[in-house]
Design a protein around this ligand. Structure first.
Ligand code: GCU
Length: 331
């Protein structure tokens, strides 16, 4: 009888503890990205975390995993689909394997100015259009981060388009990038961002293409001493959210996450514009020469590819037409 009583109390205490710890427990929101902690994407996500925790800190704890800690973006996008990771910043190039319409941003020289690119990718209607297959994709784009302009850099100088011939360049994943490099007369080696430094060092590739921050943050400038401003692509990093997670939120909570994404976007853009010149100076100190090539020569070389790409991938036609027309606002 006595023992029963003790057991009863113990069970009751256990029940209460379980109940109260469950009601106190917060939902963990995991964010993944591939950049270092001073990178604009990370700074944007810190603003996202602060916004969510300020409004809903009693319910959610936001954890940011930088530096590909959770894996390469191509893999983490799969985890986002499954709902194991809730948010990710990912280049549109990496989404091409999941939904072909995102490939539009890999079409070389799609935008005629960085201003047009920035205004286009942050248009809520553009993000909504990209996300219209969210149920099928398992994720949606709540915001866009800029990643500047992509240019070639290499161990030997690229002064004209001819200098690309026969060289091996790392590109982001996706058939559009491979087609682009072939049109440039070079060979494409697709691989994950985190693998590029050692591939350059070991001589697996002759060069890569990216923005200025890759030279410093990823140390590519230690190996590649020539960076040529041809400006062949502008690919945003989209702030994608898991559909498994988003679809379970109340409308009020969902609104907070959406507002947090817009806040992150604003903060990331500002941080980006501050970072580029600093990265350039740092790269110069590493011995990198910045070369101003005739970008028109590069553009003309791959312009015929546009029609071929559209034929092979009609899913991107609508967005291609919109982006092309949008350029006229920034002449
Ligand atoms: C940029 C971009 C990343 C992308 C990387 C790459 O750094 O911001 O999202 O993964 O380029 O070339 O893979």
């Amino acid at each position: 009888m006595r023992l029963n009583k003790i057991l009863g109390i113990a069970l009751a205490v256990a029940a209460v503890t379980t109940f109260s710890s469950a009601s106190l427990a917060k939902d963990i929101v995991r964010i993944s990205h591939t950049q270092i902690e001073t990178h604009p994407d990370h700074i944007g996500f810190v603003a996202f975390k602060d916004y969510v925790e300020k409004k809903l800190g009693d319910k959610y704890e936001v954890q940011i995993f930088p530096n590909s800690q959770l894996g390469a973006n191509e893999k983490v996008l799969e985890l986002v689909k499954q709902g194991a990771v809730q948010f990710l910043s990912v280049s549109t190039a990496n989404i091409e394997a999941f939904n072909k319409k995102y490939a539009v941003f890999s079409v070389p020289f799609l935008f005629t100015s960085e201003k047009a690119f920035e205004a286009f990718v942050t248009k809520p209607e553009v993000l909504a259009k990209l996300s219209s297959d969210a149920k099928k994709d398992g994720f949606e784009a709540l915001g866009a981060f800029t990643a500047g302009t992509r240019n070639f850099y290499s161990k030997t100088p690229i002064r004209s388009v001819k200098d690309l011939e026969g060289k091996k360049f790392r590109v982001q994943a996706g058939p559009t990038n491979v087609a682009m490099m072939t049109a440039f007369g070079a060979a494409a080696t697709p691989m994950s961002f985190g693998e590029v430094y050692s591939a350059l060092q070991q001589g697996v590739i002759d060069g890569a293409e990216n923005n200025e921050l890759a030279l410093t943050d990823q140390k590519h400038g230690e190996v590649c001493k020539y960076f040529s401003y041809d400006g062949h692509q502008m690919c945003p990093d989209l702030l994608v959210g898991s559909e498994v997670f988003l679809s379970k939120l109340s409308p009020e909570d969902r609104k907070v996450f959406q507002e947090a994404a817009v806040e992150a976007q604003t903060v990331e853009f500002a941080a980006w514009h501050k970072s580029v010149d600093a990265a350039k100076e740092k790269a110069k100190a590493m011995g990198v020469e910045f070369i101003n090539v005739d970008a028109n020569e590069f553009r003309e070389k791959v312009l015929p590819l546009h029609q071929e790409l559209l034929k092979a991938n009609p899913a991107m036609k609508e967005m291609y037409d919109e982006a092309s027309a949008f350029n006229a606002n920034f002449k």
